[in-house]
Each structure stands twice: as structure tokens, then as C-alpha cells.
Design a protein around this ligand. Structure first.
Ligand code: ZN
Length: 129
């Protein structure tokens, strides 16, 4: 997923770390703050994935127990949002046919980049179909 962004843009995107995320601790802190009990999904395998995007540190929390395409899709979706904030008005990643950013698509076991005007047409795979 990070490789697809590096290959599609003139920006460097690399994974720098994958570490366990303290769901119970975060849920307890949030429950204290909100004043309501929270019950995190006991089946989740939550990890924090750290990226370097043009020397900007970016961290994304994701449930690694989900399928690879879903995990890749969620990481890409978060990176696009953060990347757009970092890069400003430059579309990230830019659609090869237009001036807008590419969109993310996913089918059952496959995540890919597509044009938001033609979401069924795979422009660049993120995971292997
Ligand atoms: Zn387009």
C-alpha cells in the first residue's frame, strides 16, 4: 500500500514501524472522559502502523484481524487524508486522467486505486487480486 503511493506520486511513503496498540488503556481513558463504559471488540488485533510521508511522521491505528484488502484500504484511506493535509492542494495520489485525487476501491478480496468517476475500473492495485 505504501509502495503504491510512492509509485503513483513523487512522494516517499514508507512504513517505519508496526506496534501493538493499547486498546484497553485507550478505552478506559475514553470511558473516564465520556463517563460511559466502553467495550472494545475482544477479537480485534489493533496495531499502530507508523509511516514516513516525505519526512512527516504519520500513525494510523487499524484492526489487523480484518482481511488484508480491508486493512490496506483503511490504511490507504487514512494516509490519503493525512497526505492531503500535508501536501495542500496537490491531489494525492492524482488521477492519471484528471486533476482530482484517485479514489479507493475494494472488492471482496482486492483493494485498488480508481478514478472517482469510474470506480469499477482498476487503475492501480493495492493488494493482489
Ligand atoms: Zn479521474
Amino acid at each position: 500500500m505504501a509502495r503504491s503511493l510512492t509509485e503513483l506520486t513523487n512522494h516517499s511513503v514508507t512504513v517505519t514501524a508496526v506496534s501493538p496498540y493499547d486498546v484497553a488503556g485507550q478505552a478506559a481513558a475514553a470511558a473516564d472522559h465520556l463517563g460511559v463504559p466502553l467495550h472494545p471488540d475482544p477479537g480485534a488485533v489493533v496495531v499502530e502502523v507508523s509511516f514516513d510521508l516525505d519526512h512527516h511522521p504519520v500513525s494510523v491505528v487499524v484492526d489487523a484481524a480484518q482481511s488484508a484488502p480491508v486493512v490496506a484500504w483503511r490504511l490507504a484511506n487514512a494516509l490519503v487524508d493525512v497526505g492531503q493535509e500535508i501536501l495542500g492542494s496537490e491531489p494525492f495520489p492524482r488521477c492519471p486522467a484528471h486533476r482530482h485525487p484517485m479514489a479507493l476501491g475494494h472488492r471482496d478480496a482486492f483493494a485498488y486505486w480508481c478514478c472517482p468517476q469510474d470506480r469499477e475500473r482498476v487503475l492501480y492495485p493495492i493488494t493482489t487480486p
